[in-house]
Design a protein around this ligand. Sequence first.
Ligand SMILES: [Zn+2]
Length: 112
Amino acid sequence: MPIYEYECETCGLLTSALILNPREEETLRCEHCQGKSLTRVLSRFALHKTESQRLKEFNPRAPRDDSFYKDSRNVGLWAKKRSKELGVDLGDQFEEVVEKARTSNHPEDFEP
Ligand SMILES: [Zn+2]
C-alpha cells in the first residue's frame, strides 16, 4: 500500500496519506492545521524533526556516540573473559548482569 508521510511546513506535524493517484498529493491537506505546504518524508529514519520533537526525544543520559556505546559493551565481555582466565566462577547472576550491561542502551546504569 502506498502510504506516505508528509511533514507540514506550517505546523511541523506529520500527516500520513494513502496515495493511489499521484494527483491526490496536490490536494492533500495537513490533518492538523489544514495547511497546504506538505513535504513528503521518505522514511521515519530520514525524518526531519521539528525543534520541539527533538527536545522531547533528547535524552541527556544517552551515550554520546557509537564508540562510547561499543566500549561499554566491551567492558562486559572483557570482565567475562578475564574471570574465565582467573578461574573465577562468577555465577549465573554475573552473566545476567553482564548481559544486561552489554545490551543496555544506557550502559552507565550498570553498576557491578
Ligand atoms: Zn499543519
